[in-house]
Structure formats: structure tokens, C-alpha cells
Design a protein around this ligand. Sequence first.
Ligand code: MG
Length: 306
Amino acid sequence: MCLTVYTHVDTITSMFKTRGQHTFSLMKFVRYNHGAGPAWGIKTDTAIHALADLPGGEPSYQDLTNRRYLDWLQDAVRNDTLSQVDADEVSLLAPVPRPPKIVCAGLNYHDHAEEQDEEVPDVPLLFAKAPTTVTNPNSPIVHPRDEQVDYEVELAVVIGRTATDLNEAEVSDYVAGYTILNDVSGRSAQFSDGQFFRGKSYDTFSPMGPTLVTGMNFDPNAVDVSLRVDGKTKQSSNTEEFIFDVPELVSYISANMTLQPGDVVSTGTPGGVGIFRDPVDLLEPGQICEAEIEGIGTLTNPVVAE
Ligand code: MG
């Protein structure tokens, strides 16, 4: 099955290269505002192709799991049949503005377990963030007074189809795409409560974006992940460091709860978070936080005082 899919992708990519037009080594969806409200597009090196022009209108998360639909969209982009906007003229928006739920893995990189002197867990540690935490690329992370605010770059999986009891081999068929979630954390609330929900759920504590990349030619278990504060690298790893990879994690969650289109599974953060640095190195108002994942882009957010 996998062989068939990859062969097909290679055929498309080389066909495009032959014609000297847009190539699709990765298929990047963006949600954006060009002055007339939220819209979906496909981002290429040169432009954003507007999907509102499609006969069936803009895609749903479920559409992004449909291989034939994606092939059809690639044709539309390749043939320049959609109107195009300059990527510099739009405001990018979070790919999922209000997920039905955000399920996070708490300890999922070997290097993050080491910095806390934690044992590698036998099963994923899960917690939730409130859907109202989501904010857009370039929008501020609001720093609550007297809170210890920390960054956590994470690869986020956006679910495309209702999923229960998936086995690991089925998971990729249920994924709409991959994006970046900065799992911003209020450590004071997190540690004083002895659990995660309140500290993880301040408004603006889930910056998300800048693109939603489909699984075609994208291996979520082998991409570079990093985070910078004011240009200085704080986290730098690769998802090969995952304790539980994407199929294991999504399969495990789906055995416990039904996943729905638009649900976000955030896969945990690598080592280097501020609270475990020596000395402690947390986010302060006035700083700029940049979370980057290979193939998806850079998610930039300023930190502002409450
Ligand atoms: Mg996290």
C-alpha cells in the first residue's frame, strides 16, 4: 500500500518538475485573511492559491484525508486555474481556530524525559488544553501577571475523520495534516494544581500554524523541531527522538476516546524548555518566540504583558 502511494507521489512530482511548473514535494494548506474574512489556500513558493474558487467550495478537514481530492487540487494549482494572492499580503490564521478538543502528550521525547530525570513512560501521559487557547501566527502570547510562562514547540496532528480504536497502520488515513503548536504553559498554575489543565489553558496559550502540511512526502517521525527566543535557540531536536511516534500515539488515544475532524493531537516537546534550564529561563513580555518544524515553517509570536 505504502509503496503504491509513494510511487504515485513521485510520478506527480517528477511530472511537475518536467513541466517546470509548481512542484509538490510538500502540500501546504494555509488558512488566511486577505481582508474579506477567513479563507483557505494552498501555498506554493510563489503564491497562495485561493480554494474559495473551487466548484465545491473550500475543503473540510475530512476532504484532506481523500487522496483523489488532493490529486485534483494539485491539478488545479498546477494549471493555475485558481486565483492567486501574494503570500506577503495576507495574515495567516491558525489552521484549526477552535478544535473540538486538544489532546497533548506530556512526556514524549527521550531528551525531555532526561532533563527532568523522569523514567521513560510505558504508555503516553495525556492531558488536555482548552480549545479557546488557540491563537494565530504573529498574534501575541498574553503573559498573565505573576505567572511563570514557558514555551514548548510541538508537532501537532490534525485529525480529518472520526476515529475510534485505530490500529497503528490505519492512523495516516485519518490525518488531515500536520502543523506546529506552541504548548505555552503557565508553570505556577501547573505545579501548584498538581495537574495540567489550568496552567495550559490561559487564552492565547496555543499559537498554531503557519501551515497545515498533508502526509504526502512528509514523515512526521523524522523532522527537525526547534524553538528560538529573541533569535537564541532554546530547543533543537528531531521527532526521531519520540518515545511514542505518531501512529502509536494516535492509536493509543483513539482506543480511549473518539477523535473527531478538527481534533488536534499535540505530540509533546523536546528538551530545553525554560523551567528545566539552569538557570530558569522563562518567557517575558517583549520577547519574540519562534517555533520551527522542518517542512511546516516558522510560527512566530510576540509575548506581551497582560
Ligand atoms: Mg507540551
